[in-house]
Design a protein around this ligand. Structure first.
Ligand SMILES: [Zn+2]
Length: 243
């Protein structure tokens, strides 16, 4: 028997009244079978809803883990009321399900809890999305080097970010003709989202237009460097632009 705290990132109805549930826990993604939870009378039904935090008692069965009982911790009701927040919750879930398979989640779990708390308090969804994506990339070994020039390792002025090289490039190593538009604001955003700690996460709202551009670049970076295609990206991009 294991007892684990986590947040539901996937809930797929299965057979008649069962559901296949995946939670993001303090250590890893944990999939389990929740029997009978689709029945309206099930005492565990509310705890296995998507974007719900709970404490889950699981047993080892022949087909893997199954749920014995669950205790509800938080349902984030406000975050589920606006389209932007709801779409953000979906985007964060897709990041978790696709990028954290077989990964140690101990560094990102506190950020995920904080992300949901911030959305619940109506904090800027774009800032939440972009910081969480950066923190997940960092945790799985795709963090960008934002402390020095990635090529010559000198600390000092930075010219551009080079996603393919894996970080910032100094003016000496930069071989391009001219700097990209909105460059200095974007460099500041990129440094901030990879360096921010849990305490400062939620203290500053990032500039919108440049952050959407950076989010798009990170999405392309994920697509180019992994086999992962974040399908909810185009929807979140559209909604954030309208917001
Ligand atoms: Zn350099």
């Amino acid at each position: 028997m294991i007892e684990v705290e986590g947040i539901v990132v996937k809930n797929t109805p299965f057979r008649d009244n069962d559901a296949m549930v995946t939670i993001l826990s303090e250590n890893r993604l944990v999939p389990f079978l929740a029997r009978g939870v689709m029945k309206p009378t099930s005492k565990n039904a509310s705890s296995v809803q998507i974007h719900t935090k709970g404490r889950y008692v699981l047993y080892n069965g022949k087909e893997g883990l199954f749920l014995k009982n669950a205790e509800l911790i938080q349902t984030y009701p406000h975050a589920k009321q606006t389209l932007t927040c709801l779409t953000s919750l979906g985007f964060l879930c897709e990041i978790n399900i696709k990028l954290l398979v077989d990964e140690d989640t101990s560094r990102v779990y506190p950020f995920y809890c904080k992300a949901l708390e911030l959305l619940e308090k109506e904090f800027d969804p774009l800032t939440v999305n972009i910081i969480y994506l950066a923190q997940v990339l960092k945790a799985i070994g795709y963090g960008l080097n934002v402390d020095e020039c990635q090529l010559c390792h000198r600390r000092g002025p930075i010219a551009v970010v080079d996603y393919r090289a894996g970080g910032f490039i100094c003016p000496n190593c930069f071989d391009g003709q001219e700097l990209p538009p909105n460059n200095s604001t974007k460099l500041k955003i990129i440094r901030y989202i990879f360096k921010v700690d849990l305490e400062r996460f939620g203290q500053a709202v990032l500039p919108k237009a440049e952050s959407i551009e950076v989010l798009k670049e990170l999405f392309d970076f994920v697509k180019d460097h992994t086999t992962v295609d974040l399908k909810s990206f185009s929807l979140i991009e559209k909604i954030l632009k309208l917001d």
